[in-house]
Design a protein around this ligand. Structure first.
Ligand code: AMP
Ligand code: MG
Length: 349
């Protein structure tokens, strides 16, 4: 298939480009769109065949359900059978924005979207281009991250092109995404609601609206015995090709431990995912990637997936990643890092 690239400037969105994308969605086509979290591989969420094609293009396992994206609260009515009071509060507070809520589904949604579950995941993105498209097409758009299954999620147009050129009808080039990690997923059908995946809207943000909000503890445990409540979380997502380790503890200890291992593995190509504060401390690494300053965790989230892709490009043998506190967006960063490392956490003392 020949993929058409449509470049859209978020500050000057051209009407005719949006209309072309709306037509493509109505015709059952696959269109990759930028959102504030990561790029999404979209199709009309009420069109069963189109949604099946999402799974084919990504190589996504059929038991991993899709998130439906909407532009207006009123669209919820036909998609869910119930909106709990706490969900209404979260919608008022956080939508449009990087949080996905799980509801009891209506029977309008094809089974392929929910992977046969009786619940459905819904989000209202805030990205200007995504919003313009969703408002115009008035359809719920099913859109998982626009990467091949198992690869880090795409945060830039070039990542999407690497993975999906020739596999989808249209890719919208909207530059780089903002948040850089995928949306927070919260199950509003459980009591109290439970965070299934940490992301842009943090535990601390949610606690202000839901004081007893629960957290699925598999979000910080990527070992084999941990069975997540969210089907997609059980897969070794965000996986770079190289064997990866995450180092935690106080920063001096981390730097010392990483340097010790760099010496022990001097015959290997090792990438170190470091921070601005430490990037000059690693001698003997094949490549040191500066994720950004520890003073600005948003920047680190923004750069993380690009860094993991760079490790693949450089064909390194090993990745040593500095760890972060589980506070704020740090919880989302650590969840992705631990998945990339297959749970291999090393304490630097
Ligand atoms: P992605 O769009 O690729 O970021 O993945 C969507 C995430 O949402 C996956 O981790 C799914 O398992 C999760 N998800 C989607 N629908 C549901 C649902 N009904 N219940 C629990 N998790 C869901
Ligand atoms: Mg994904």
């Amino acid at each position: 298939m020949k993929t058409k690239i449509i470049k859209i400037d978020k500050d000057n969105i051209e009407r005719k480009k949006i209309e072309e994308i709306t037509r493509a969605f109505s015709d059952g086509k696959l269109v990759v769109i930028p959102t504030e979290t990561v790029y999404g591989l979209g199709a009309n969420g009420l069109d069963e065949e189109a949604c099946k094609n999402i799974f084919k293009a990504k190589g996504r396992p059929a038991d991993n359900p899709l998130i439906l994206h909407i532009a207006e609260n009123s669209q919820l009515d036909e998609l869910v059978s119930e909106i709990p009071e706490l969900a209404k509060k979260c919608i008022d507070e956080f939508w449009p924005g990087p949080i996905t809520m799980i509801f009891k589904r209506s029977d309008k949604i094809p089974n392929v979207v929910t992977a046969g579950l009786d619940t459905v995941a819904i989000r209202m993105p805030s990205h200007e281009i995504a919003r313009a498209i969703l408002k115009d097409c008035k359809l719920p758009i099913a859109a998982p991250s626009a990467n091949l299954s198992g690869r880090p999620s795409p945060t830039a147009f070039k990542h999407v092109k690497e993975d999906l050129d020739g596999k989808v009808d249209i890719i919208v080039d909207g530059g780089v995404t903002n948040v850089g990690i995928e949306s927070t997923v919260i199950d509003m059908t459980s009591n109290p609601p439970m965070i299934l995946r940490p992301g842009g809207i943090t535990y601390e943000d949610l606690k202000k609206i839901i004081p007893d909000v629960a957290v699925d503890n598999t979000t910080i445990d990527a070992s084999d015995h941990a069975i997540p409540k969210s089907p997609g979380q059980k897969y070794r997502h965000y996986a770079p090709i190289a064997d990866a380790y995450c180092f935690t503890g106080n920063l001096d200890g981390v730097v010392k431990e990483v340097n010790k291992r760099l010496k022990e593995n001097s015959d290997k190509k090792v990438a170190v995912l470091a921070t601005t504060e430490t990037k000059d401390d690693y001698n003997g690494a094949y490549i040191v990637i500066d994720l950004g300053s520890r003073e600005n965790m948003q920047e680190i989230a923004h750069n993380l997936f690009d860094a993991l892709r760079k490790c693949d490009e450089e064909e390194v043998d090993l990745i040593y990643a500095e760890g972060f506190d589980f506070r704020g967006i740090g919880a989302g960063i650590m969840n992705r890092l631990l998945k990339a490392c297959g749970g291999k956490l090393v304490l630097g003392l």
